[in-house]
Design a protein around this ligand. Sequence first.
Ligand SMILES: [Zn+2]
Ligand SMILES: [Zn+2]
Length: 128
Amino acid sequence: MEHRVLRMPQGAHADCWAGKLMTTVEGAGAAALALLPLPNVSTLSGLQTEGTICVWCGASLVPYTARDLGIRPGPNGVTIFPRGCGTCVGAKAADVYKIHVSACGSCLRNRPCPERTGLRRLASEGAS
Ligand SMILES: [Zn+2]
Ligand SMILES: [Zn+2]
């Protein structure tokens, strides 16, 4: 892998980090974020569907810990833009990673898998 430094430094400038994330993780990190399961979307508050607070734990989000979870289908055909805090994203990524590696054809054959890479990265970020 050409880019190895993906852990966000403490106090990193949010814009710098966002730019770095876009250029280094490319689709893998975003794809992994899109794999994380949301709570039942019909029970989410407006603050959660807008990404103002963590979709899982309801914590207020600050720019450098919030992770975009991708554009998701919401209730009643609307589109939602949920975000998660670093702790929840790490925990969910660890869960999904365990499920993924036991179910993914590429992973079971020990082939490169961008989803596995992205999930592992997310899980390790959240564990810090
Ligand atoms: Zn959270
Ligand atoms: Zn895989």
